[in-house]
Design a protein around this ligand. Structure first.
Ligand SMILES: NC(=O)c1ccc[n+]([C@@H]2O[C@H](COP(=O)([O-])OP(=O)(O)OC[C@H]3O[C@@H](n4cnc5c(N)ncnc54)[C@H](O)[C@@H]3O)[C@@H](O)[C@H]2O)c1
Length: 335
């Protein structure tokens, strides 16, 4: 296989970026695109000179398509994963699998025995900084891991419309951090305690029963500790840091800036450029490496390093965090 021929389902915000990356990548080729809104599909099709098909079945039944990337609305993911598996086409599906853990568990049951690769779109695992932090742990540079601290703050509140359909901050936003925590800890959290509030816009709590600011602590069976903090609005930009603290040292995966210029004068010292704004810029390399990993899965017929079960387990952690919010207590994981 020269290049993996990939069809993109869903041409919204993240689908457009994936289409661009697939088109640029040396190991992949954009085959065609589909979106229920033909205007979005036609735009991407025109940009990359590929066909926009009229329905998803044209993709699943096409023998010239090797693999599928699902970047449509969350409530379509399960249907498209199952159609990809039925068509024996490896699939890279955006997070989350679904917002409803019951539907995800039912899907997992139906997928038992499936051998078609399903990669989950937890792009942060592929970030060079986060990967290097994990590698320093594997290489023994910081000894035994004791604590993992994840800070993830968005640069500003999304639209009210987005918040209404997001499924809640833990399932929509923290889901990435739950996955990153599992990745860094190298073992499953067994206890979760969470607090949350709407400190940026109180209506998020009173009208949507949701939060914009939260903190979580988790513990693994061997006693490793993890702390996640999220805000939907950091005035200084997209704040993405991971700190690993161990018996022999500490590793920090830092924020990214567009360049490293530092300015000094009588009014300030060490003035630096603002942080790269938001996920498409900050995680640009991670999204590209995610495509590399997927292409290698398809070409080498291997299992993805991050798969359906990782998506399900991240959602289980989100559900446990909601349980903790309700009870006000530390909750045990119910897998
Ligand atoms: N990994 C990440 O960093 C990341 C970032 C953003 C979004 N996401 C996830 O990606 C998915 C898409 O998010 P987005 O921000 O691009 O949303 P979006 O609303 O911009 O795009 C979703 C697209 O899906 C299309 N769509 C809806 N139903 C469809 C159907 N049945 N068939 C085909 N297309 C359909 C919509 O018309 C729209 O164009 C969500 O699941 C979201 O959680 C992941």
């Amino acid at each position: 296989m020269d290049k993996v021929r990939i069809a993109v389902l869903g041409c919204g915000r993240i689908g457009q970026m994936h289409a661009k990356n697939i088109n640029l990548h040396e190991k992949t080729q954009l085959s065609c695109v589909y979106d229920i809104n033909s205007e979005f599909a036609n735009k991407v099709a025109t940009d990359f000179n590929v066909p926009a098909v009229n329905n998803d079945q044209e993709i699943f039944s096409n023998p010239d398509i090797d693999a599928i990337l699902i970047s449509s609305a969350t409530n379509t993911h399960i249907e498209f994963i199952e159609k990809s598996v039925a068509a024996k086409k490896p699939v890279l599906c955006e997070k989350p699998i679904d917002l409803d853990i019951k539907l995800v568990n039912e899907c997992a049951d139906r997928l038992k025995g499936n051998t078609v690769p399903i990669q989950l779109g937890f792009n942060r695992r592929f970030d060079p900084g986060h990967q290097s932090a994990k590698q320093s742990l594997i290489d023994g540079e910081i000894g035994d891991l004791h604590q993992c601290i994840i800070t993830s703050r968005d640069p500003g509140l999304p639209s009210w419309e987005y918040l209404q359909g997001s499924g809640g901050q833990f399932r929509d936003m923290t889901i990435h951090d739950f996955d990153l925590a599992r990745f860094m800890l190298g073992e499953e959290p067994i206890k979760v305690f969470a607090i949350s509030n709407a400190l940026i816009n109180p209506k998020i709590k009173t009208e949507l029963n949701d939060s914009d600011t939260l903190m979580i602590i988790m513990e693994t069976k061997s006693g490793k500790q993890c702390h996640i903090n999220n805000s939907r609005s950091a005035s200084y930009g997209y704040d993405q840091r991971v700190e690993l603290f161990g018996s022999e040292g500490m590793t920090i995966s830092e924020n990214r800036k567009p360049h490293e210029v530092r300015k000094f004068n009588a009014d300030y010292v060490d003035k630096q450029a603002p942080l790269l704004n938001f996920f498409i810029e900050r995680y640009q390399e991670a999204y590209m490496h995610e495509i590399t990993a997927f292409a290698e899965v398809v070409i080498n017929k291997t299992n993805p390093s991050v798969d359906f079960e990782d998506g399900r387990k991240a959602l289980v952690l989100a559900e446990t965090a909601y349980k903790s919010i309700q009870s006000g207590k530390m909750e045990s994981i119910d897998n």
